[in-house]
Ligand binder design. Structure first.
Ligand code: PLP
Length: 464
């Protein structure tokens, strides 16, 4: 074949090579069917050893680099004032730009501290779509979450470059309705996990910040995937194509008063998180509480070595080559499924592919848990573990006791960072297509055990 017949493309590949491998199990179909039955048709209750390709979550499942592992050997396990804390603090200040850092064992620890310090009973906390742990902490502190994301985010098919944006009219309407004094802060998730990993534009976060400021309301980012968000800004927003992801991240964070962070996502570690704030008083209160709930203010529940790995992970996470390969792999899987006509949330987000279970199984009512069912079917087909993001995850309204019926009924295929190959992505796509071919036979589930909080983690089901 001469050059004129070849497709005009230059492939990219990952900016790393593999140095150590971890064998994974390949069970038979019979063994998988037994395993998912024993797990109550909840993929969270499967044993890791029963899973072939684990796309349950990108949380804490990344592969660390040799430089991070080398950092683990430099853990300073002093109870107070570990040098690794100061390295972490320096990395966060440099790349996220905030003044004060409170380390926590993971993201929800930071959410807990922020909620306790800033929310009074009767307050309202707007946000661009709920997140499971974020909302629970806001509610436990006596607040009420109010969704102010743009309407389009609830529609899996509308293609918008920044489908995670805050609807400023909704935010303003809430301020008018309840009064700014009842709104301690607005949460801006970037990217929006529950909407399919959709990004927020720089223009939007700036407008949110301007509006919030005029009313004395603070802006807190959920910065868990803010690096991925920065990459989308670089790719899609006018004026940012020549800026580095690191520069964009810093500018993005400058439009907020602080953030909660799960280091288990962008920051390429298996455990860890932090709360960052610019406000001295919030910092003082959070520093006071962290010793009760997490650990001393210079470790917050993490070992020194974990803080070192996260400090180094942050540095690696903002490299353009890294983030291009990370999101490139997600897009590779997404584009394959789109090509094959599989219904997924569009456009493809940063960390995961979301199958549209309502489209897959139009014959199932939402209280037959279509997404939960689809995740179980996928596991039985190939050992690929996904998770439900639909009615089970949404939980119940705390006042009426009814299920929330979210518009989006999704199965999330979440891609861990630096872990799987393109061939793994092919296997996943082929299994999704096989389940799609047989979807008319899917009968749904009923819930036979329901825990009180965050039920999706532990609920059990039986087939209808
Ligand atoms: C994972 C996650 C959290 C919670 O972080 P943990 O480290 O799991 O406690 C909060 N917000 C978003 C958007 C997340 O994805």
């Amino acid at each position: 074949m001469d050059a004129s017949q070849r497709p005009a493309r230059r492939s990219w590949a990952e900016p790393w090579k593999v140095k150590m491998v971890e064998p994974i199990a390949m069970l038979t179909r019979d063994q998988r069917e037994r395993a998912i039955r024993t797990a109550g048709y909840n993929t969270f209750l499967l044993k890791s050893e029963e899973v072939y390709i684990d796309l349950l979550t990108d949380s804490g499942t990344s592969a660390m680099s040799d430089w991070q592992w080398a950092g683990m050997m430099l853990g300073d396990e002093a109870y107070a004032g570990s040098k690794n804390f100061y390295n972490l603090e320096a990395a966060i200040r440099k790349h996220y730009g905030y003044k004060h850092i409170v380390p926590t064992h993971q993201g929800r620890g930071a959410e807990h501290l922020l909620s306790k310090v800033t929310i009074k009973p009767g307050d309202f906390i707007p946000g661009n779509m709920y997140f499971t742990t974020t909302r629970v902490h806001q509610e436990l502190a006596g607040g009420t979450f109010v969704d102010v994301i743009i309407d389009e985010a609830h529609d899996p098919e509308i293609e918008l470059p920044f489908k995670g944006n805050v609807d400023l009219d909704k935010f303003e309407a809430l301020i008018r309705k309840v009064g700014a004094e009842k709104i301690p802060y607005i949460t801006v998730h970037a990217t929006v996990n529950m909407a399919g990993g959709q990004p927020v534009s720089m223009a939007n976060v700036k407008a949110v910040s301007d509006l919030a400021k005029t009313h004395g309301i603070k802006v807190f980012l959920d910065a868990t995937r803010a690096v991925e968000n920065a990459y989308f800004i670089q790719q899609r927003e006018v004026g940012y194509s020549t800026k580095s992801v690191a520069e964009i991240l810093l500018e993005f964070c400058s439009h907020s008063d602080g953030c909660t962070m799960s280091g288990k996502k962008d920051a390429l570690v298996n455990i860890g998180g932090w709360l960052a704030v610019n406000d001295d008083r919030i910092f003082e209160d959070a520093t006071n509480l962290v010793v009760i709930y997490e650990g001393l203010q210079t470790y917050g529940g993490m070992a020194g070595r974990d803080m070192e790995a996260m400090a180094r992970g942050i540095v690696e996470s903002v490299q353009d080559d890294h983030i291009r390969a990370r999101i490139g792999q997600v897009e590779y899987l997404g584009n394959k499924l789109i090509e094959w006509g599989i219904p997924i949330v569009r456009p493809v987000g940063g960390h995961a592919i979301y199958l549209d279970a309502k489209k897959f199984c139009p014959h199932l009512p939402q209280d037959a848990f279509p997404a939960q069912t689809l995740a179980a079917e996928l596991y039985a087909d190939s050992g690929v573990r996904a998770m439900e993001r639909g009615i089970v995850s949404a939980g119940r309204n705390k006042d009426t006791g009814d299920h929330y019926y979210p518009k989006l009924e999704l199965v999330r295929l979440t891609i861990p960072r630096r872990v799987y190959t393109q061939a793994h992505m092919d296997v996943v796509a082929e299994s999704v297509a096989a389940v799609n071919d047989e979807r008319a036979k899917i009968r749904g589930l009923r819930m036979v055990y329901e825990p009180k909080y965050l039920r999706f983690f532990q609920a059990r089901f039986e087939p209808n």
